[in-house]
Each structure stands twice: as structure tokens, then as C-alpha cells.
Design a protein around this ligand. Structure first.
Ligand code: NCD
Ligand code: ZN
Ligand code: ZN
Length: 356
């Protein structure tokens, strides 16, 4: 045994599908997956079946989460440009505004003109304080430059996957723009070469890229602010259908993969703390209560095991990393001093987590 202590980690990019698509996941199963993966705080995306674009919908979602969540959870708000009057009402409830500039699950896409309008209004309502998160792939990323320069609003680019995207972000950063970015474990550990084996379980947005792109991400880790799982569950039936939806699970495999990279000396424990705790807390302004040092994860760095679908807590029970060998395992998790995970078992109940 080689146990080390980490702070309770933060995953600022998950899709728990509740309400509306609870056949894929719900707040209870998703938050259990988070805890099993070493994440005690998560931020949930607004692309529910009915997108979260009004105060009423956000309040409803929070109410449901309160009854079910086992870990701490906060929320983002969504917009396609027709709900600007809601911004003032939700600004204290949401951790940021999520905008989609490419087609992805939920399909609420906006163009550059709308983007500018939304940016200005969110910037005014939140006085430049709450970030805007963008799904903006490849060339589309270029189209946000003008708006970014004009508004200087803090912007987080989600799931950076390619050399082209990261090069652009590095340029924005060097120009002094308030921009941050995240990468997913699947873009760090899988490439398009894995698609043959993974089939529909390797399909997500952005898609898996080349070895060359992947190497560029690893080489430029100092420009990457966070690791975000983009946990995007779909049922096995949906994934096996003729038109499988995009998205893969990630909450339970992120930390094991990162710990394995530490064992291989590709990463340090301090990198994990920076990418999965310090930076997410800073970027999304997550404030912990006084008992925060009682929220922690103990990992066994020496434990070797195989990631297996059947051992996952996520409702959909599959991972693109099924069969992968890992070194480094979540041993015990505490939230506010209460032991919530031990011996591969969740020890807590629905509703024991907090809405943050
Ligand atoms: C996400 C989903 O399924 O909600 N899918 C995905 O492939 N990443 C949406 C998203 O993050 O773009
Ligand atoms: Zn996305
Ligand atoms: Zn996502």
C-alpha cells in the first residue's frame, strides 16, 4: 500500500442528464460515479432534454438534484440568445454560461452574431465575473476572437482536442485575453487509432484526433488549465444503434488514468492537484466552507487493476477504457469528514451532497 491524500477533486464538466434523460444517468447514479472516481464536487451542463435556459427550469433542476445528489454539485446556465432577460435572475445561481458553437448532443447551436449579443448581456449581468464556457471546435474557435477582444469576458474553452485549437488558445493567452481551457482524459489517452476497437464507445465531440495532436496536448500541458471528464453517458442500446449519439463516460476513469500517467512519470501528483482542484476552483470561483480540509480522497498509488465496465457506478455501465490496466486506485473518500467511499463501496445516501 502506498496511500497519499488528495483534496476532494472538482470536475467542472459533466452531463448527468437529470431531469429528462434519466435512462442514461441521474443525479444519484452520476454523483456516485463522481465519488467513486475521487470527485467530490462537480458542475453540471445545461444541455438537458429541455435545455436549462430559464430561472424556473434551473430552480427545478436544483430541487431535483438536492434530493438525489451524493456529492456536491453546481450548475451552468444555457442560452441560444432568446433568454437574455433571464441572465439577471440566474446570475447568482449559475457558475457560468455554456454556449455551443458546434453541433453536439442537445443541438442548441448559435452563430457569431448571437454570440456577441449573448456575451455583452452576460458580461453586464454578471459584471464580468462568471465565465462563459464554449464548445468551439477547430476553425470555429477563430470566430470568437473578435467578441473576446471586445468584451474581455472570462472564457473557458471546453475539451480542447487538437494542435490547431491549442495553438490558437496559446496565442490568445499570450495576447493577454482572459481565456482558460480544459482537456478531457479521452483526448489525452485515446487517438483515432483506438476507434476501430472502441467502435461507438469511442465517438464523442470533439472527435478523437491523431497521435500528433495528442502529443501536442501533452507537450503543452503548462497551457492547459484543467482536466474535465466531459462525462456524457448514453445507454448501451443507444450506442449500439445505427446512429450512435456522441459522448463518453469519464467520471470514474479520469483519476485512475492520471494516476497511471504519474506512475509512468508523464505527470506529477502536483499536476493532478493543479488540473483537478486548484484551477477549477479558481476559474469557476468555487468557495468551500471551513470544513473543506475534511473533504479528501485517499488514493493507493501502488494498486494495479483492470478498468472493467461491470465495476462502474455510472448507470450506463460502459467506458471506452474498459479493459485498460491502471496503477493507482481511489481507496477512501471523505466529504466534510464523513466517509462516503471505501472498499469499492459507496457509503452515502441520495441527498447527502450539497448544492453549491
Ligand atoms: C456531450 C453530451 O452528450 O451531452 N457530448 C459529447 O460528445 N461531448 C455534449 C458536449 O459536451 O459537447
Ligand atoms: Zn461540448
Ligand atoms: Zn460536454
Amino acid at each position: 500500500m502506498s496511500i497519499i491524500k488528495l483534496p476532494g477533486l472538482i470536475d467542472p464538466h459533466v452531463h448527468l442528464r437529470d431531469p429528462g434523460q434519466t435512462e442514461k444517468e441521474d443525479f444519484y447514479t452520476g454523483s456516485r460515479a463522481a465519488i467513486a472516481g475521487g470527485f467530490t464536487t462537480i458542475l453540471d451542463m445545461p444541455n438537458n432534454k429541455i435545455p436549462i435556459t430559464t430561472l424556473i427550469l434551473l430552480k427545478e433542476k436544483i430541487k431535483i438534484a438536492k434530493q438525489k445528489t451524493a456529492c456536491d454539485i453546481g450548475f451552468y446556465f444555457g442560452s441560444i440568445g432568446d433568454n437574455l432577460e433571464e441572465f439577471d435572475k440566474v446570475k447568482n445561481l449559475a457558475y457560468g454560461l455554456k454556449l455551443y458553437l458546434n453541433q453536439t448532443t442537445g443541438g442548441y447551436i448559435i452563430n457569431e452574431k448571437l454570440l456577441r449579443k449573448i456575451y455583452k448581456e452576460w458580461n453586464r449581468a454578471t459584471r464580468g465575473k462568471k465565465p462563459i464556457l464554449l464548445h468551439a471546435e477547430e476553425d470555429v474557435l477563430q470566430s470568437v476572437e473578435k467578441t473576446l477582444k471586445e468584451t474581455k469576458h472570462p472564457t473557458h474553452i471546453c475539451h480542447v482536442s487538437s494542435k490547431k485549437e491549442l495553438t490558437k488558445i496559446i496565442q490568445f493567452k499570450k495576447e493577454g485575453l482572459p481565456i482558460t481551457c480544459g482537456v478531457t482524459p479521452h483526448h489525452l489517452f485515446l487517438t483515432e487509432d483506438d476507434l476501430k476497437k472502441a467502435g461507438p464507445y469511442g465517438l464523442m465531440k470533439p472527435s478523437l484526433k491523431t497521435k500528433h495532436d495528442q502529443e501536442y496536448l501533452w507537450k503543452n500541458l503548462q497551457f492547459i488549465d484543467i482536466v474535465e471528464s466531459d462525462h456524457a453517458p448514453h445507454t448501451i442500446d443507444e450506442k449500439e444503434s445505427v446512429k450512435p449519439p456522441f459522448g463518453v463516460t469519464g467520471l470514474e476513469t479520469t483519476l485512475p488514468l492520471l494516476l497511471t500517467a504519474v506512475a509512468e512519470k508523464r505527470l506529477t501528483i502536483n499536476d493532478i492537484i493543479r488540473l483537478c482542484y486548484t484551477n477549477p476552483a479558481k476559474i469557476f470561483n468555487i468557495k468551500f466552507d471551513y470544513s473543506n480540509n475534511q473533504t479528501k480522497v485517499e488514493v493507493d498509488l501502488s494498486r494495479k487493476y483492470t478498468i472493467k465496465n461491470e465495476n462502474l457506478f455510472t448507470k450506463c455501465k460502459w467506458s471506452p477504457f474498459n479493459g485498460w490496466k491502471a496503477k493507482g486506485k481511489v481507496d477512501t473518500v471523505f466529504i466534510r469528514g464523513i466517509k462516503v467511499f471505501e472498499n469499492d463501496r459507496i457509503l452515502t445516501n441520495p441527498g447527502s451532497g450539497k448544492i453549491i
